[in-house]
Design a protein around this ligand. Structure first.
Ligand SMILES: Nc1ncnc2c1ncn2[C@@H]1O[C@H](COP(=O)(O)OP(=O)(O)OP(=O)(O)O)[C@@H](O)[C@H]1O
Length: 152
């Protein structure tokens, strides 16, 4: 049974920031009913990004991925709500935008796997790891007054 308290780490990558897609991406998560519990604009160092993507360090595209992710600021966010990790990934679309359905973020805005606009955690465990990595200062606690209109 998915939890309404599940949290996911969502990040607008440098291409999404440069292309002015931050507002649209936030809007989709807000309108879907997720609660924003952390948000910041950060120009991450290659070392920090290597930690974020450490599972991919042996992939041939790893150096290019780190260069792309360090090329400008990203918007780091934590969203909370029912089945946030899986639903967040569905909203992002497939890793390769050419395989992403229209209506998803990548399916609406991207064409190339190396410029795919956004990141979303792929498991609850990884979400918690990524939240610690990007928000060591912790997240904001507050009551979302709309909750009873979104959840039974
Ligand atoms: N073949 C590739 N060529 C170039 N970049 C790639 C390739 N495969 C993956 N990437 C980049 O590495 C990122 C991480 O790949 P991963 O396989 O973890 O996909 P993902 O979990 O959908 O993406 P993300 O972790 O960014 O949400 C991709 O989002 C993409 O930016």
């Amino acid at each position: 049974m998915p939890s309404i308290h599940e949290r996911t780490y969502i990040m607008v990558k440098p291409d999404g920031v440069q292309r002015g897609l931050v507002g649209n991406i936030i809007d989709r998560f807000e309108k879907r009913g997720f609660k924003l519990i952390a948000l910041k604009l950060v120009h991450a160092s290659p070392e920090h990004l290597q930690k974020h993507y450490e599972d991919l360090k042996d992939k041939p595209f790893f150096p290019g991925l780190i260069k792309y992710m360090a090329s400008g600021p990203v918007v780091a966010m934590v969203w909370q709500g029912l089945d946030a990790v899986k639903t967040g990934r569905v909203m992002l679309g497939a890793t390769n935008p050419l395989a992403s359905a229209p209506g998803t973020i990548r399916g609406d805005f991207a064409l190339a796997v190396g410029r795919n606009i956004c990141h979303g955690s792929d498991s609850v465990d990884n979400a918690e790891k990524e939240i610690k990595l990007w928000f060591p200062e912790g997240i904001v606690q507050y009551e979302a007054t709309l909750a009873s209109w979104i959840f039974e």
